[in-house]
Design a protein around this ligand. Sequence first.
Ligand code: GRF
Length: 210
Amino acid sequence: MIRLGILLSGRGSNLIAIADAIAAGRLNAEIAVVISNRPYAPGIEAAQQRGLHAHVIQAKGLTREEHDEEIVRALKNHGVELVVLAGYMRLLTAHFIRAFPNRIVNIHPSLLPAFPGLDAQKQALDYGVKIAGCTVHFVTEGLDDGPIILQKQVPVLEGDTEETLSTRILEQEHAAYAEALEMIARGRVAMEGRRVSISECDPLTVRHWK
Ligand code: GRF
């Protein structure tokens, strides 16, 4: 079973969705550890309530490299095979990325490459797009820039506010993350350059994917 290390900075709804997908048997994985850079992140409390290993590793007083080194050490100590960024509000250093080659994923609340960075939902609304969505992608050194694994679209409706659109996108995020992680866990995800391909289900998984 693939061992996930989840990094977050805030609310933790994606962490909860992943934990729920595991509990429901939709995701064949194990959450080895949850790490937050913020001490009072609600996500860390949610992790503790579920009996998961949860650590706070603050950046205060450390260089970016030192902070990342501490996190990498903790992830390795917990035998993490796939690092899952779930609302982790820091850019990873090259050192971190090299420690888990092609083994770090992120979710972003837009259809990348449109609207990277902060407030993606507001950016989409202000731009006037009619279709928004979310993207699960591998993490590279560029901001929200890595190869795309899966995207889900969401209509922008008349009268949408940043809040209503964000809520609609978040629902799809929760589904998308569990789906993408399950595909990785099943070994169905391959990468060539920027292009990620998803292989067909093997006979053992057909039942699961119906
Ligand atoms: C999500 O919108 C995610 O796409 C973005 O940060 C937010 C995290 O939300 N990267 P949560 O903490 O998982 O609820």
